[in-house]
Write a new protein. Structure first.
Lengths: 485, 542
């Protein structure tokens, strides 16, 4: 019985997680002593903490260390995704203070919660045991439920928190049930051992328990990444949550969902690829189409980006359905690019917005291009990147995702994908139409571009543009990352 | 210099960087810097024209690694042959004129306008010189962005509708082409290719069924851009709403992207499919010629009339290109340049009267020739060129197109298309008559000023080109000729494809290294050859 013997534990793979957890707890303590109008210091501290964690994570590049008897691993795949989470968290922290101050809910707990959420996501990416992945998912989700409802004096935020909690818990049930069935079919929760056991089955696709387990896990992940038809919670939660948290949720946890799903489906269940890739094919088509068509009609820009984020999950699912190195590297690249361009766009929305989430409609951007040309250009870059226009990172990401599908022979999937992409152009252009082509007497004099905001926009512009012109700088890492899983 | 093409292409970006540091209120400086940039770009592009050798090889080639990730290898691979040479020169030639035309037309947001114009120039030049298919696609898409803003911000009343329609129309086509492009790449990988370099794909032997799908995807993207009937509906909207410089660039250069795309990509990549679809495309081209001419005839807005005449002219280009013989393609290419010069000039002319009267309705005018004699003369010449009167550039192109198409399998199409020549005379001359002749009875027209010095300076180069290309097109044809012959050999009909394989393959450049260029040939400039000669076409003798 290896349960009794305590195995030699190597803490190296989870050093970043430990570091962030300790930092979060220290911040919670400090918070007590920081007066209400100085919460920004917590933000600075967590930002530097995130940067330091980034260095720590980056130092692990190239290594391959398993620990906790194979339930956690440090590999390039985990490292790449951890970087995505840190980028999302870092950018979200930068834009939080100004917003929270404006909405008068600047409670210091925000930052530790973001950090705990990152810890959960990191565990999801590095977990090689279904239980570790589930543990990470719960740590992430519980933090997110609180973050979504963080603006407790705002009804919509409360609604978002509760809705997210109820549906999230429901979907977690699916996921856990799926894991249990998989355990029942294979007798293990270790991903490598599942792969070995399934590999020895004569006809794994006729093993009902295994297939049911796979489908239930798939449903659980589809909830988490907001894939249609499991996307219903997304618009309300994204609209109601505080804007910086919406930005964070749409980039970080979504990437975490893909990280865990990629590891489970590509490493544990490659023998069932024919089966699951069909399901992902359908999910991808539904998700892209539902997201884009509903986004077309939105006036509230936050809600529009919420629906568009569903569509973006659909694009990533195209790469998932392909399941080949081109497509999966595309997912990694896309998730990173998406963090930059989406959080960048949300930063601009926060800047334009007024207290009480006012001024958040597309129409409110009229005249923005004249009054704030630099920010408007930045916003245009984010929107073009979201629309997938060259020379932006969004284009390269889509290029690899769709190429993966074409390489796999899913030509129609790629065609549906590009047509969706063309439809999405309409609503992204609409924002630009208002920014540049509609006249307005609006002076935008309430806008305050603080240093963290400017930094976030600058980083996001660089992140959306540079990988579009010289994609190799990111793609080579993405490709090394998927080699090891 | 080996990187002359890159220098030409990216000089406008340098201008953009300069413009960024000029305050937006000093409009004069902004305009002059933009003008200087385009003029310098034109001057830099001249050695390309003079140094270009009349052979079928790609010249001024640059080929350096760019992206290498996973299954894809993209290179910065550029070069020109006789087909793209003149389009590059046309672009650098039109741009200073377009910038100069905005000096009084654009008063608001001058800085942004000039930046967009220069970005557009880089995009267009890049698309013409790209020999890497991925690189081409990037430039092809990038062009959309400045044009979209130009129509949407500085356009007329319906500008937003027109801009969005322009963008989405073109985007749908290009994205389907992207799928085809990726598919083609993977086919190439199966055949042992290692990058997106265009030239090797000409040797790829694809089964007809595959070719058909790929050809359709490419052809759709290009047909939208040309635009061919029935995909032309975005064009009149875009043209009527666009500011003058936008219309000029749109007509003179952007539309050529579509026809150039056929000549450079769709036809040589998928020759069998191109043959298969030639009757269909010729039918659409002929419908476009006749239909657009009829629609142009009843237009009340001069600009819309010119926009529809564009559709008709490009129908001729398509007809010539799909004749698949040397005469037809030469005519098509010449017609592309001609259309750039004469329709560009027409849009400028429309811009001149619009600036004076703020209307473009034919009924608001009449008898202008009495009040504006210089304008009348220039307008007359340009009208003749657009109709294709002998002695002007329009004649040479249209004539070769019709000869080429008549000798090909498209004989019956040609006969119908010929009536388009007459129709074009009808709508252009009728319009000219109503605007310029008759009673000068509208009091608002009685005080109109004739063209000023700047406007004459804008028009003179175009007028010179109209006559040079009309009277002595030989230098133009000479440089195109070898490239066109090679293209024709690449697209021989199915029965000759075996012969094609043995003939065409050795002539294709295998190593894409830079080609050393000797000094430019003296006397090759069209401007220096002033002695009049009849239409000199090396192929007529055959």
């Amino acid at each position: 019985m290896d349960m009794i013997i305590i195995p030699a534990v190597n803490f190296t793979p989870i050093l970043p997680e430990i570091f962030l957890s300790v930092l979060a707890m220290v911040l919670l303590l400090i918070n007590v002593f920081v007066p209400g109008d100085r919460k920004a210091y917590l933000g600075y501290l967590s930002f530097f903490g995130i940067v330091a964690t980034g260095v720590l994570v980056g130092a692990g590049w190239g290594g391959h260390i398993e620990s906790f008897s194979g339930s956690v691993v440090l590999d390039n795949f985990a490292t790449f995704f951890k970087m995505i989470f840190l980028v999302a968290a870092g950018l979200a922290v930068l834009i939080s203070d100004q917003y929270m101050e404006r909405e008068q809910c600047n409670h210091g707990e925000l930052y530790p919660l973001i950090l705990f959420c990152v810890v959960g996501m990191m565990l999801m990416a590095s977990g090689t045991d279904l239980m570790t992945i589930f543990l990470g998912l719960e740590v992430m989700s519980v933090s997110l439920y609180v973050l979504a409802g963080f603006n407790r004096s705002n009804k919509k935020s409360n609604e978002a928190g509760l809705k997210y909690f109820l549906l999230g818990a429901f979907s977690t049930g699916f996921l856990l049930y799926g894991m249990a069935l998989t355990y029942g079919a294979t007798g293990t929760t270790r991903i490598a051992k599942i792969a070995a056991t399934v590999g020895q089955m004569t006809l794994p696709s006729t093993n009902i328990m295994l297939v049911a387990g796979m489908l239930l896990m798939l449903t659980g992940f589809a909830f988490k990444v907001a894939a249609a038809p499991f996307h219903m919670w997304t618009p309300d939660v994204y609209e109601g949550a505080p804007t910086p948290m919406t930005a964070f949720m749409s980039a970080g946890p979504k990437a975490a969902g893909f990280a865990a799903a990629l590891r489970i489906f590509l490493v544990a269940l490659p023998t069932l690829q024919v089966e699951w890739s069909q399901v992902f094919w359908i999910l991808a088509v539904l998700t892209m189409t539902v997201g884009n068509i509903t986004a077309l009609r939105q006036d509230n820009i936050k809600r529009m980006l919420a629906y568009s984020s569903i569509a973006h999950a659909g694009y990533a699912l195209v790469g998932f359905a392909a399941g080949n190195p081109t497509g999966t590297a595309g997912i990694l690249f896309y998730m990173l690019s998406y963090a930059f361009m989406n959080i960048g766009a949300f930063a601009i929305i926060i800047l334009v917005g007024k207290k009480g989430e006012a001024n958040g409609n597309v129409q409110d951007f009229a005249g923005f291009g004249v009054k704030h040309p630099v920010l408007a250009v930045a916003m245009s870059i984010f929107l073009f990147s979201l629309a997938g226009m060259p020379p932006t990172a969004g284009f390269i990401g889509k290029f690899y995702l769709f190429s993966g599908a074409i390489q796999k022979g899913y030509i129609w999937l790629a065609i549906i994908g590009v047509l969706n992409s063309a439809a999405s152009v309409y609503y992204y252009l609409r924002v630009m139409v208002y920014m540049y082509m509609k006249d307005s007497t609006e002076e935008f004099d309430w806008m305050q571009v603080t240093a963290p905001m400017a930094l976030c926009v600058a980083i996001s512009v660089a992140g959306s543009l540079i990988p579009g012109i010289v994609p190799s700088i990111i793609l080579q890492f993405a490709q090394q990352a998927i080699k090891l899983i | 210099m080996s990187n002359l093409l890159s220098l030409t292409t990216f000089l406008p970006i340098l201008g953009v960087l300069l413009l960024l540091f000029i305050p937006k209120d000093s409009k004069g400086t902004l305009r002059n810097v933009a003008l200087a940039t385009t003029v310098v770009t034109f001057i830099v592009s001249l050695p390309i024209m003079f140094g270009f050798q009349s052979n079928a090889e790609f010249q001024f080639v640059e080929n350096i690694p760019w992206i290498s990730a996973g299954p894809f290898v993209m290179r910065y691979f550029v070069g020109i042959d006789g087909i793209s040479l003149w389009l590059v020169i046309l672009t650098t030639f039109i741009m200073p004129i377009a910038v100069l035309s905005t000096y009084t037309a654009v008063e608001e947001k001058v800085k942004e306008y000039m930046i967009l114009l220069l970005l557009l120039e880089t995009g267009m030049l890049g698309a013409f010189i790209s020999l890497d298919m991925f690189l081409f696609y990037i430039f092809w898409e990038v062009m959309l962005i400045p044009m979209y803003f130009m129509i949407g911000i500085w356009g007329g009343k319906n500008r937003i509708y027109a801009a969005v329609k322009f963008f989405i129309y073109t985007m749908v086509g290009s994205l389907l082409m992207l799928v085809a492009l990726i598919y083609l790449y993977f086919k190439g990988v199966e055949a042992g290719f290692t990058n997106f370099g265009l030239l090797q794909f000409f040797n790829l032997q694809l089964p007809l069924a595959t070719q058909v799908w790929l050809f359709l995807a490419f052809a759709l993207a290009f047909a939208i851009k040309v635009p061919m009937f029935p995909l032309h509906t975005w064009l009149p909207d875009a043209h009527t709403e666009a500011p003058t410089a936008g219309s000029v660039i749109l007509a003179a250069i952007l539309l050529k992207m579509g026809t150039y795309g056929y000549v450079r990509f769709a036809i040589p990549l998928f020759p069998e499919a191109a043959h298969k679809f030639a009757p269909l495309i010729a039918t659409l081209a002929v419908i476009g010629i006749i239909y657009a001419a009829l629609v142009a005839m009843v237009q009340e807005d001069v600009k819309k009339l010119v926009a529809y005449s564009s559709v008709a002219h490009l129908g001729f280009v398509m007809l010539g290109v799909f004749a698949f013989n040397v005469e037809g393609i030469t005519g098509g290419l010449l017609q592309m340049i001609n259309h750039g010069v004469s329709t560009g000039a027409l849009f400028l002319i429309v811009g001149f009267i619009y600036e004076r009267r703020h209307t473009r309705l034919i009924t608001d005018f009449g008898g202008l020739s009495k009040q504006m004699p210089i304008f009348a003369t220039i307008f007359m010449i340009v009208t003749f060129s657009s109709i294709g009167l002998p002695g002007t550039n329009g004649f040479v192109g249209e004539f070769l197109v019709l000869i080429g198409a008549f000798e090909s399998e498209l004989r019956w199409w040609t006969i119908i298309a010929s009536s388009g020549v007459i129709l074009s005379a009808v709508y252009m001359l009728w319009m000219f008559q109503r605007v310029m002749f008759g009673e000068l009875d509208n009091p608002k027209n009685q005080k109109l000023a004739d063209l000023n010095a700047r406007e004459i300076v804008i028009m003179v180069p175009l007028i010179v080109m109209i006559f040079v290309m009309g009277i002595y097109p030989k230098p133009f044809i000479d440089k195109m000729d070898p490239a066109i012959k090679k293209l024709v050999s690449q697209v021989r009909p199915l029965s000759m494809s075996a012969q094609k394989m043995s003939e065409a393959q050795p002539s294709l450049p295998s190593g894409h290294t830079g080609i050393e260029m000797p000094a430019g040939h003296p006397g090759m400039s069209p401007e220096t050859d002033s002695h009049a000669a009849p239409v000199a076409n090396p192929h007529e003798a055959k």
